[in-house]
Design a protein around this ligand. Structure first.
Ligand code: S3P
Length: 172
């Protein structure tokens, strides 16, 4: 049995490397909801990897595809959704999240984000330049959007289950 009935979707926002996917996957069964990862849904819909999509069509086109995928999900039945770190830069996506979901910002400190986001070479935005500088700039640009989330949790060092517990407490 789920511990909590949740009538709305729960949308996780925050920087790449904050743990949205891992946390979302563990949070969903505790709410009795299915889990979706926006990046994976984009890859499924396009038949291409996020990196290839960026390389072939550019960031703007990726953002449009991302917004479409998120819209399709949020207009459907409740679920837990891990968004890509930049999804909140799209005004329609922000509006839709506000209207249809409970949003959760998972915040992690810069060191943690740099370490996690550079572990595998899968983040197109980190291909050029110094990853730390890029991530720092992106955090500053996106902070106002992340701060608008309904719930704010700090990504816990150690097992992600602590972060899941914090979100469960905040949802109750
Ligand atoms: C991005 C984050 C990535 C992915 C793409 C762009 C971003 O998702 O959507 O590389 O702009 O922050 P994760 O946050 O799941 O890594």
């Amino acid at each position: 049995h789920p511990e909590l009935e949740c009538a709305r979707s729960v949308v996780l926002v925050g920087m790449m490397g904050a743990g949205k996917t891992t946390v979302g996957r563990r949070l969903a069964p505790r709410l009795g909801l299915p889990f979706y990862d926006a990046d994976q849904e984009i890859e499924k819909a396009s038949g291409m990897s996020v990196s290839d999509l960026f390389a072939a069509h550019g960031e703007k086109s990726f953002r449009e595809g991302e917004a479409r995928v998120i819209r399709r999900l949020l207009e459907g039945p409740p679920h837990v959704l891990a968004t890509g770190g930049g999804a909140v830069t799209h005004p329609e996506t922000r509006e839709l999240i506000k209207k249809r979901a409970v949003s959760v910002w998972i915040e992690a400190d810069l060191d943690t984000i740099v370490a996690r986001a550079t572990k595998r070479n899968t983040r197109p935005l980190l291909q050029a330049g110094d990853p730390r500088e890029t991530l720092e700039r992106l955090i500053e640009e996106r902070r106002p959007y992340y701060e608008a989330a309904d719930i704010h949790v700090e990504s816990q060092s150690g097992p992600h289950s602590h972060t899941v517990d914090l979100i469960m407490n905040a949802l109750e």
